[in-house]
Design a protein around this ligand. Sequence first.
Ligand code: ADP
Ligand code: MG
Length: 263
Amino acid sequence: GAIYFLLSFPIARLAVSNEGGARMIEIENVRKSFGPLEVLKGVSLTVNKGEVVSIIGGSGSGKSTLLTCINGLEPIDAGRILIDGTEVHARGTDLNKLRRKVGIVFQQWNAFPHLTVLENVTLAPRKVLGMPKAQAEEIAVRQLTHVGLADKLKVYPGRLSGGQQQRMAIARALAMSPSYMLFDEVTSALDPQLVGEVLDTLKMLAEEGMTMICVTHEMGFARDVSKRVAFFHQGVIAEIGPPEQIFGAPQSAETRKFLSNVR
Ligand code: ADP
Ligand code: MG
């Protein structure tokens, strides 16, 4: 055992190093405070290419903060986050370039009301990537068709249902051809009858091999779609494991307590 441990250590380090173009999100011992309030108290998580990880946990436990740190919207106080080997918060990192790799969809996204669905989705590829209009439209139509909105291209966002608006937000993020997608409670603001269509869209992306981190209150989704589920509690991952463990045989008393309250 001891010899194997000693031998395996440098090999394991090599495997996660930046060399060879590691394709993953690596979160290492991240700490973050807002003033006196420490919100992330040493969070570590590696998400491999093609993996779907759901994050569950109580309100205020730091889930949204972690997502905003991953794509560099928020600075961190300690630790590091690597996207494909590039350190998000290092000096000299091109955050705009990095953010194109990491799409994020929030609970609510305020689309531009005076632009059509198609125009909303082409905006970032045109303005941020400098893509010609025709090419941006081709991609937008493809992504909007993908999420089931092919018949809404010329419609204004105000005419869409909540579920359609969220699917437009997903198409908008996908139009930037991200390698990773972060979803922050994308169904929480929806009427119950609209939740399913958005979860189906996420499930489709997962099946296509998109690497995703999904903060969610939908335990059925977390159980069925994720490879691993992380339970967040008071700024740390209190437990992480395959859905069978988290929902079937949780190891931590806090996980059991949380799940008995949400069910
Ligand atoms: P969750 O998504 O798990 O509900 P959040 O990450 O949104 O939790 O928030 C964690 C804690 O950090 C909460 O107490 C929240 O009030 C606080 N917080 C989040 N964002 C800010 C901010 N920009 N400024 C100050 N406090 C914040
Ligand atoms: Mg949140």
